[in-house]
Ligand binder design. Structure first.
Ligand code: COA
Length: 325
């Protein structure tokens, strides 16, 4: 039997941080409103030269470095993004070129804020079936490019960034312990009937434009808490663990209140949740691997820990993955 083990992680942020105070000079909002309703204090916004592929490449290089590998060691890149450099080719192929991977498989997945979970689930399946040996799983976004900067109900919520993980296929004995380093269970879901609650009002086959993000935040919030607590329970049940076994929850960073509500529903103390929404805001597919890398580099997440990743986003799509470090 094969299990996908995390060998390293990395992340990257644009050079420029933008505070709530600075935003309040652009749209009718206040630092107080944003902090109280979302927990966000600042976000990073990409400059002209910073793109989804450049942030993804930087994050991937750091993940490879942490794993003691280089581009040539990787034969699979799965990159989650809703803000690709170009409509095609896949941004993953640009990253593959930048890293000097010399071939292998590279493609993007589109599941918006759940994109990283979808990418992780896809890469894990491909490693376990022997299609590849070492994978880079990346979440990278430049959401600032699809925000309507006149719409205060959305533009204050998002930021840009990238996070990456190196996964390696490792043989484990068929009759060995059910628990051990690697991805233990992943559950993914989608329900397409809620398109009008969170979407971009453009695209190549409809308007021929890139479009801007539109969201009915209150309704999204309601669905998020229910869907996330359901998928967390489902993911735990699949691996035979209890919520109390979890050392760290690394959630999608949309809103501090969603993080609190989800932890409460699981009966987990807030101290077990890695929170970066205050610093990064919602970076869509990048938010889970970015938060994970923060937890790894500040020493909170350690070898042997049981880590739960979870996310919910446009589609709706949602999912969770339980990993032993
Ligand atoms: N600054 C000041 N006031 C604002 C504002 C802003 N940036 N944005 C909205 N408001 C106002 C609204 O106009 C509304 O005013 P009204 O009562 O006079 O109409 C009031 O604040 C409350 O708006 P509402 O949307 O009900 O607030 P909320 O408590 O639901 O918080 C969100 C809004 C977006 C922060 C919250 O709903 C949320 O986080 N939703 C989930 C979003 C999410 O997770 N999305 C990504 C999934 S991947």
């Amino acid at each position: 039997m094969i299990r996908s083990v995390i060998r390293g992680s990395g992340s990257a942020l644009p050079g420029k941080a933008v505070s709530n105070e600075e935003l309040s000079q652009r749209v009718d909002t206040t630092d107080e409103w944003i902090v109280e309703r979302t927990g966000i204090r600042q976000r990073y916004i990409a400059d002209d030269g910073e793109t989804t592929s450049s942030l993804a490449t930087q994050a991937a290089q750091r993940a490879l470095e942490a794993a003691g590998m280089d581009g040539k060691d990787v034969d699979l890149i799965v990159l989650a993004t809703a803000t690709p450099d170009q409509t095609f080719p896949a941004t993953a192929t640009q990253v593959q070129h930048n890293l000097g991977c010399n071939g292998g498989i590279a493609f993007d997945v589109a599941a918006v804020c759940s994109g990283f979970l979808y990418a992780l689930g896809t890469a894990d399946s491909m490693l376990r079936t022997g299609m590849a040996k070492r994978a880079l799983v990346i979440g990278a976004e430049t959401f600032s490019r699809i925000l309507d900067w006149e719409d205060r109900t959305t533009c204050v919520l998002f930021g840009d960034g990238a996070g990456a993980m190196v996964l390696e296929a490792q043989e484990v004995a068929e009759d060995g312990p059910k628990d051990g380093p690697g991805v233990l269970s992943t559950k993914l879901h989608a329900d397409g009937k809620h398109n009008e609650l969170l979407y971009v009002d453009g695209g190549p086959s409809t308007t021929g434009t890139v479009g801007k993000l539109r969201m009915k935040g209150r309704e999204v919030f309601r669905h998020a808490v229910v869907n996330l607590s359901d998928v967390l329970k489902e993911t735990l049940a699949a691996s035979g663990h209890a919520a109390a076994d979890i050392d760290w929850v690394v959630p999608h960073q949309a809103n501090a209140r969603i993080l609190d509500a989800t932890a409460r529903k699981l009966g987990l103390p807030a101290e077990k949740v890695i929170v970066t929404v205050d610093q990064h805001a919602n970076t869509s597919a990048a938010s889970v691997p970015l938060a994970f890398d923060v937890g790894i580099r500040d020493g909170r997440i350690k070898k042997g820990d049981l880590v739960m990743f979870e996310a919910m986003g446009g589609g709706f799509t949602w999912g969770a993955s339980l990993v032993r470090m």
